[in-house]
Design a protein. Structure first.
Length: 313
């Protein structure tokens, strides 16, 4: 079955499936259906790593909310002042541990526990029920995320890089093809999404060393393509003669990015010398600024490519 992910994104489909399963199964596991459903909405992220992180952060924030609810109600009773001070303490702690995305849900748990309880015993019962039910829904969402249309970020990135490389070749081989130019811009938006996912995953505390190395490698690949795209877009601003001479050089650089090797560093040095000659040959007072801006972007691309080639080895 082919699904148009732009019209109906897979994460939305999986979120609804997790919500449905949580509501159906919650009575059999003695869960509060409402909080189980809420829990299922909280840990459906773009990758399994981020889903696990969301589950951990949300559970810890809910636990802190329940602890403050119990402490403040026991010391000050259940009233507007104790609830307000409990909420203040909760938000300050969440800010301190930097679980920013859990603010609203944790505050909702605290308020639901304290506002709907008439006694300490009832508060304890509600606290356990809310925590357990939310945990149940989040686990269901994690299982659904792993079992149905499992996120494959590395495969997604590879497909995006292949598409971008194809569009770059079309643009340079077909006199700056306008359709390929537009598709290149659209695909760069997908690349930005993968970059954000990888960046977020790097901030996860529990990932392994190999996973962290893999994420850095993905970000290096993305940086090379992003700087290359800036160069490709600048081709449209160059004088025709300079552009015709520089395109074969960019093709060489693209080949270097595809096939890292020890010989590439020497080749890059020769390419830089060739670029200097062409720049001086075709740059005058009229085109100085646009050619110089292009040269600056090209220099960033070459430096990024050189660094990525070094790390690849």
């Amino acid at each position: 079955m082919k699904i148009n992910v732009n019209v109906l994104p897979l994460r939305i489909i999986k979120t609804v499936i997790a919500f449905f399963i949580s509501l159906v199964l919650s009575p059999y596991f003695y869960c509060d259906s409402f909080f189980a459903g809420i829990g299922s909405l909280k840990s459906m992220r773009e990758s399994l790593t981020l889903s696990i992180q969301s589950l951990f952060e949300q559970l810890l924030s809910n636990f802190i909310a329940i602890v403050f609810a119990v402490i403040y109600s026991f010391i000050f009773g259940l009233n507007v002042f104790s609830i307000s001070f409990a909420l203040l303490s909760l938000l300050l702690v969440i800010k301190r541990v930097n679980f920013i995305d859990t603010y609203l849900a944790a505050a909702f748990t605290l308020l639901a526990v304290m506002l709907l309880s008439d006694s300490q015993t009832e508060l304890l019962n509600r606290s356990f029920d809310r925590f357990y039910s939310t945990f149940f829904g989040m686990v269901i969402a994690l299982i659904v995320n792993a079992a149905i249309f499992r996120p494959k970020n590395i495969d997604n990135l590879n497909q995006i890089l292949i598409k971008l490389n194809n569009y770059v070749h079309i643009i340079m081989a077909h006199d700056l093809d306008e359709y390929a130019y537009l598709e290149l811009q659209n695909t760069l938006a997908d690349l930005e999404r993968e970059k954000n996912i990888a960046t977020e995953e790097l901030n996860v505390r529990f990932i392994s060393k190999n996973k962290r190395i893999s994420l850095y490698d993905r970000l290096n690949q993305i940086s090379v393509v992003e700087t290359q795209a800036e160069v490709i877009f600048d081709l449209f601003n160059l004088d025709l003669d300079f552009r015709d001479e520089i395109i074969p050089i960019i093709i060489k650089l693209n080949g270097i990015s595809q096939y890292p090797s020890d010989e590439n560093n020497n080749e890059i040095v020769n390419i830089k010398d060739e670029i200097k000659i062409l720049y001086n040959q075709y740059t005058n007072d009229e085109n100085f600024f646009k050619h110089t801006n292009f040269l600056s972007n090209l220099n960033v691309y070459i430096n990024t490519l050189t660094e990525a080639n070094r790390l690849e080895k």
